[in-house]
Design a binder for this molecule. Structure first.
Ligand code: DMJ
Length: 467
């Protein structure tokens, strides 16, 4: 298959046909426009985009059949999972803007009505601020911007107001958990990602609702965090939001820190906030100096002590693979391309990427694949900014692997081990919000979405500057 792909490199349209044919013959038979689909883009999606849209509908239909009204589908046991004692409609809210972008108008309209009628945040549950912000607040805001349905903005404002108590710590950096009914907070030990991945959502809510408090609280949190960077300009993995002291001084770009960097850049792009621009520029300089690692297996980003810069370990994984997208958005295409080649090597070594590997030995550290989107997100950004067919080739590989290894009787399933390809009973909402959205956009006509006119939050919800 790879030879076939390579031989077609110069002719993307021909390659599309070949791959679509291969997918059709070997794996599944789904390229027709799905029921309820109303194609909207100026030029219609090609076969690869249609294939992704069909896979989206396959997973969404399974959610509707077995988990409707709950947070998530359990694809192997054909059951459902709620994060807390009551549902927050995680999957429908996360998936709604993907439906809109895919032109699935009827499905999107029905889902939007269901959300508006059934989603309530007036629940006595203690939620994780970060996850609820990126998935629900981000999802409601982007779907509001795409649909113009004011009821979604009301829901976002209602949620934002219930989340605000998280910022009532002595430093202004947020607690990790908050009770949506009582406002009681918990969790002083936090990390840069959970502290610094709030400004796109709270800032957008501020601009759309006219309430300055949202922007101010989220901005203060990120400034407080940045002001605690080391002399080298790095941040650690864990910090106490009450004392402001670092608990773990290991620096990296992986889970727990990742989207802090992403939001410094994107808050500058979305709001024109010059403080964020300065913080981004100083931070990425330190990251490229101390965390980047050019080895015989390629360019990677590993772990180092935030105070000394000394290398601690050489691990990279599915979550780190977001960084080429951020580098590309910041115009550093050279580093972005090199790192993306490493990510691709990580995927092709095992047939699907693992959660973590040691890039010196190329051995598995954490063997699962949780249907994560980051590597596809970076592929989409790089294709958009370079138009290099190499990235369509990568995307085709990802689609084929997903269908071959992760497709289950009901929806798509995570893998507990990328070597054995054993499936796990989980389909996170970000599979529909991010993984399939970025894959669709990679193959869809450019006019489906202009990447230079939107800023994606870290859950792939596109936000637009309308102020
Ligand atoms: C998503 O919830 C977001 O992309 C987040 O930034 C990281 N983890 C998952 C996807 O892997």
């Amino acid at each position: 298959m790879r030879n076939l792909l390579q031989s077609c490199e110069g002719d993307i349209r021909l390659m599309h046909k070949w791959i679509a044919l291969a997918v059709l013959c070997g794996i599944c038979i789904l390229t027709e426009a799905p029921t309820g689909a109303q194609a909207t883009p100026a030029s219609s999606p090609g076969p690869m985009a249609l294939q992704v849209r069909s896979e989206f509908l396959y997973a969404w239909s399974a959610y509707k059949q077995y988990a409707w009204g709950h947070d998530e589908l359990k694809p192997l046991s054909k059951g459902h999972h709620d994060w807390y004692s009551g549902t927050l409609l995680m999957t429908p809210v996360d998936a709604l803007d993907t439906m809109i972008l895919m032109g699935l108008k009827d499905e999107a309209d029905k889902t939007r009505e269901f959300i508006v009628k059934n989603l309530s945040f007036d629940q006595d549950i203690e939620v994780k601020n970060f996850e609820i912000t990126i998935r629900l607040l981000g999802g409601l805001l982007s779907s509001y911007q795409l649909s113009g349905d004011e009821r979604l903005l009301d829901l976002a404002d209602n949620l934002g107001n219930r989340l605000l108590p998280v910022f009532n710590s002595p430093t202004g950096m947020p607690y990790m958990y908050v009770n949506l009914k009582t406002g009681k907070t918990r969790g002083a030990e936090s990390n840069p990602a959970e502290i610094g991945t709030l400004l796109l959502e709270f800032g957008t809510l501020s601009k759309l609702s006219g309430k300055a408090i949202y922007y101010d609280r989220a901005k203060r949190a990120v400034v407080e965090l940045y002001s605690r960077r080391s002399a080298l300009g790095l941040v650690g993995s864990s910090i106490n939001v009450e004392t402001g002291k670092w608990i773990d001084t290991t620096s990296h770009i992986s889970g727990g820190i990742d989207s802090y960097y992403e939001y410094l850049l994107k808050s500058w792009l979305l709001f024109g906030d010059k403080d964020c621009k300065k913080m981004w520029e100083a931070s990425v300089k330190a990251v490229n100096k101390y965390l980047a690692d050019s080895t015989r297996t390629g360019l990677w980003y590993g772990q180092a002590n935030m105070n000394t810069g000394k290398r601690i370990s050489t691990q990279y994984g599915a979550l780190d693979a977001f960084f080429p997208a951020v580098l590309a958005r910041a115009d550093d295409l050279d580093r972005a391309r090199k790192l993306q080649e490493s990510s691709y090597k990580m995927w092709t070594t095992f047939g699907v990427e693992p959660e973590t590997l040691d890039y010196n030995t190329m051995k598995l550290v954490s063997p699962g694949y949780q249907l994560r989107p980051e590597i596809i997100e970076s592929t989409y950004y790089l294709e958009f900014f370079t138009k290099d067919p190499r990235y369509i080739e990568m995307g085709s590989t990802f689609l084929l692997s997903l269908v071959r290894y992760c497709k289950a009787d009901a929806g798509y399933a995570a893998l507990s081990n990328v070597e054995t390809k054993a499936k796990r009973d989980s389909m996170e909402s970000y599979f529909l919000a991010e993984t399939l959205k970025y894959l669709y956009l990679l193959f869809a006509p450019r006019e489906t979405l202009d990447l230079t006119k939107v800023v994606f939050n870290t859950e792939a919800h596109p936000l637009r500057r309308t102020w």
